[in-house]
Design a protein around this ligand. Structure first.
Ligand code: ADP
Ligand code: BMX
Length: 293
């Protein structure tokens, strides 16, 4: 597993040079959420250039949004990436960078965790990212679940009894709308703390502020209920959690505490992603190398 990878999320773009399955060098830049696809590709390209990527080198690109079987990229949450409205991403990447495979970020991470990480001994595995949104990838009987329209695995858009407001997907009261970073910021604003991002809500909770603690507890409860629901559908035995919120100190403990309220049958093993923030990067390159072989 040697080559390059990029991971474009709603908040940050990461790119890496990967050598023998290990991230040898990584660069990160903030995502310009409003930017059009060409500008997003240019931002990825700038990072790859700095990492020494040469045209035609193996490259996997993971993106927030759905990637359909033709390689077109569409935001599902239009509030997160409003200018990604159906764009021939894989074609453009191949044209500009010589070779590339693209797929959804959480699907890429699920693939990596399934092959090399928390899901490697599982028969029914889910990766969940709690980040700008709430994304997912499902690996059942060692196969990543995929659909032609690229929507399969978008578990953050399931309805939640913990939510009540609108979601950028157009659905109402989704898990993502209450549990993801944008949902947490919206809940903070509703509690009178405008312009407070999820990271700042965590900082406020760490200082003992009740309003912030309640928002994070609700996010973790919504994620735990989602895990119970997915387990009812798929018989999950293991769930790995990633994303900057999922991996934030204390978050997985809160999710486990909420999951403890579920009956045992609906309670899979819940662990942090073994590959941490590298999971989408390693999975994207793995998907590329698999396609080329
Ligand atoms: P992306 O969604 O672009 O993949 P991240 O996984 O970093 O990026 O998730 C971004 C979200 O995580 C934002 O809502 C941000 O405020 C929040 N966040 C970033 N760092 C932390 C942290 N240390 N603790 C809690 N939340 C964080
Ligand atoms: C949203 C959705 C998913 C993505 C997930 C995590 C968009 C733009 N994003 O559910 O495709 O996998 O967020 O993405 O529709 P992140 O930005 O939080 O890393």
């Amino acid at each position: 597993l040697t080559g390059f990878a990029a991971d474009l999320g709603g908040t940050k773009i990461a790119a890496a040079r990967i050598e023998q399955g290990v991230v040898a060098e990584r660069l990160i830049t903030p995502t310009d959420a409003a930017a059009d696809p060409d500008a997003q590709i240019a931002a990825i390209r700038t990072l790859l250039d700095r990492l020494g990527h040469a045209s035609g080198a193996p490259l996997g690109v993971a993106v927030a949004g759905r990637v359909d079987s033709a390689g077109s990229w569409h935001a599902v949450n239009r509030g997160t990436l409003p200018a990604i409205l159906g764009f021939a991403l894989e074609q453009a990447l191949v044209r500009d960078l010589g070779a590339a495979t693209c797929l959804n970020d959480a699907a890429a991470a699920a693939l990596a965790e399934g092959l090399f990480g928390a899901g490697s001994r599982s028969n029914s595995f889910a990766y969940l990212t709690v980040s700008t949104g709430v994304g997912g990838g499902l690996v059942i009987a060692n196969r990543l679940i995929a659909s032609e329209n690229g929507l399969a695995g978008h578990v953050g858009f399931v309805s939640s009894r913990h939510a009540s407001g609108p979601c950028g997907s157009g659905r109402m009261a989704t898990v993502e709308s209450i549990a993801g970073g944008r949902g947490i910021a919206a809940a903070a604003a509703a509690a009178g703390h405008a312009d407070t991002d999820a990271r700042a809500v965590f900082a406020a909770a760490a200082k003992g502020q009740d309003w912030a603690d309640r928002i994070i507890a609700t996010s973790a409860s919504a994620v735990a209920t989602l895990i119970g629901d997915l387990t009812a559908i798929l018989g999950l035995d293991t769930v790995a959690m990633g994303g900057s919120i999922g991996l934030a100190p204390g978050y997985i403990d809160r999710a486990r505490a909420a999951l403890a309220e579920e009956p045992a049958l609906f309670r899979p093993r819940l662990v942090p992603a073994t590959l941490g923030h590298d999971a989408p990067l390693i999975g994207a390159l793995a998907a590329h190398l698999r396609k080329e072989s």
